[in-house]
Design a protein around this ligand. Sequence first.
Ligand SMILES: [Zn+2]
Length: 340
Amino acid sequence: MRDLSTLPKAHLHLHFTGSMRLDTLVDLAQSERSRLPASFIDGDPLHVPADHRGWFRFQRAYDTARHLVRDEETMRRIVLEAALDDAAEGSRRLEIQVDPTSYAPFVGGITPALEIILDAAAQATVLSGTQVAVVVAASRIRHPLEARTLARLAARYAGDGPGTVVGFGLSNDERAGQTASWGPAFRIARRAGLASLPHAGELLGPGHVRDVVGSLGPTRLGHGVRVSEDPALLDAVVAAGISLEVCPASNVCLGVYREAGDVPLRALLDHGAQVALGADDPLLFRTRLVDQYSIARSLGLDDEALAELARGSIRASLADEESKRVWLAEVDAWLAAPEA
Ligand SMILES: [Zn+2]
């Protein structure tokens, strides 16, 4: 078995606050003289049922962390640490999701908030060696008009390289709001060349995925695992070239599946889906990127299949073609090297 931390890969599903190191959160709490809930420091991953109350508990924990991010220095630190941690796990490309609205009050508005993140992403790329690009994500629990404002802002920084906005997302409770009402925001983003990267197929099943595919024209689905419940839909998603950002540990923590063995990764791959494994929120779920590949290995994927999974993550990324070619060749070299 080869070392999964040296397998070149792309990390396409990681939230800004959720990427935070626990040590960093503890530092922030100490400097604010605020006490962290025991759930953070007991060393166990969050584990909630997949209902409204479970989601509320998850969101409350997430908000506790978010409320401690109150200045530019902390925002820059989070981006850099996420990049360094990714680099140590073989990630060549990180596409980190952020809703700048949350940090806007502390830095003078959403425009400076996004510019800080983008500048930090460009610097972190140089310091870590992992390309860091940004996905601006609207929230389902805010008004769709706010999403349009965010999409217009994101459009101004559109690109494919480090320190640019590469996509537009939609996060938070999949059960909240009417999907079609975010259509205009996604149209603004797509017209600017941004990829459409909404969450779907995590807490809700095939019916909702159809809705998202019809209304938001996704390039990739955040999670998308529950597409597996409808083989015809899965075939349509594969045929449309929509990739899936699968986060196995997150699925177990949020009660979507009882255990890692129930995550239908193999079924998705057997149907030809292009999958990029992601950690989602390591701060709460206590696992990072390589852990997701270890879970895939525990599901029976051999090194060849794991290398193909990593290739899928690279192909599903929004990096330029030359970078992808280099990283894909590095995956071939990983596989060609003798097993440890
Ligand atoms: Zn997510």
